[in-house]
Design a protein around this ligand. Sequence first.
Ligand code: F6P
Length: 544
Amino acid sequence: MKSTNPTQTKAWKKLEDHFKAVKDLKLKSEFESHPGRADEFTLRWEDFYVDYSKNLITKETRDLLIELAEEVGLEEAIFDYFGGGRINRTEGRAVLHTALREKNTTEVEVDGENVIPEVFKVKEKIRSFSNSVIDGSRKGFTGKPFSDIVNIGIGGSDLGPVMVTEALKNYTNHLKVHFVSNVDGDHVHETIQDLDPETTLFVIVSKSFSTQETLANSTTIRKWFTKRAPAEAVAKHFVAVSSNVKAVKEFGIEAENIFPMWDWVGGRFSLWSAVGLSIALSIGPNSFEKLLDGAYAMDQHFRETPFEKNIPVQLALLTVWYNNFHQAETQAIIPYTQYLHRFSAYLQQAIMESNGKGVDRSGKEVTYQTGNIIWGEPGTNSQHAFFQLIHQGTKLIPADFIGFKKSLFDDKAHHNKLMANFFAQTEALLAGKNSEEVRKELTSKGLSEEELEKLLPFKTFPGNRPTTTILIEKLTPASLGKLIALYEHQIFVQGIIWNVYSYDQWGVELGKQLADNILSEIEENDVRGHDSSTSKLLKFYLQE
Ligand SMILES: O=P(O)(O)OC[C@H]1O[C@](O)(CO)[C@@H](O)[C@@H]1O
């Protein structure tokens, strides 16, 4: 994969000039003067309706952004990505979460070996294992079927499974799935205190099997379990998902209870692998497969669709436009369904751990902004929390609004209210409310001229705030798979344009190392060699 400083491309220079010309673009007048604007900037694909017309762009912006994508070699990069090229150069690995949702007739090679048969072998293991837990034929040490599952993992070994099991709660069976991630002992003790060891299955998920949090929580849980069950019962109640088979065996888990994963699947992109075991347990293997099929469909769309009609490409280009030309720092993700309440937390890891990089692919410090800050909460709750700032604050916050035509409980009255808010918010952010409109409104309420003038500046809305609407037919395993894959590919495109390695995460290492050192100092009550702030804080913590 070549290293191209995006700011040195011809397209970037053109975009800079273009930005000067359109930076004061007024969306409202663009809509008035171009009646076809909504059609021009809407993409229809399967059950997705993606309207990006409420963004601060013109056709020329789109053309130039596509030119940029072409100039940095996006097409060739996509080919490498799906083809198993070692695009994660700093770790010498391929990036093939897409192979996890491929059909078994395909061949995807890593080091000359087709990985698809192995992927399908593990899929079969996931299927038979989850079926046996769900139908009760697999039993705990006293012969009772399982009722509870505890997923022990952190980061990509937690966020994807939690987000999906929450999102697909309506598709779940009788098994109750719990998640323990934080090394905070209160998290693990709170979770296990009411569980019945006879009917609880523990799924330890750690690609490396060396993560402090996961090992500490697993050890605590195993201790809790063996106090209540004979040691040999561990084999029936603990399974692990990892690429470090040796460490898993040393922990005491039987070989047949280990679900492998591979170094070509990054943690934050791993929910499609056996890391998604708790998803398969919770919604059943058929629905898990549908999730993967949805992602597969999005993969094909991304690979085969010209950039102009390509949803992940277009949405990624918009983020570049805001991040690098409008200098927006953040992007809000607002799903209008409570089921997706962990979606932005999940995307925070996926996006920020991938593209929060300050060094380009040639090892040089970048001279432009890279990874944007992701945040958000479901609507309508967020409307009553932080929307004030999006509407009237001083910051430019491009926002993705994700909604569904149908609700799952089919309560039309509620859904209409929810969706009325969904549409109203993007309209309000676009149109704002000018002083004339406010004046009219206040006059009709009978306010005096003096009261009116005082209130006027506070009640006006500047509008012109960009949003993208992703309207999907219904929240199903398949549509969720498509949605997640959409953002995965958006991350990829951003990384190619920003010229960073999106698939490593060295930035998380330093804190881990220092925590290890500090832990020994705490345990030995011997604080040494820190800056004075850290020393004092540690001493204060250690004081009885
Ligand atoms: O699955 P593991 O190896 O325990 O890692 C958990 C998480 O830790 C990280 O390496 C970051 O600390 C993530 O990228 C990863 O998802």
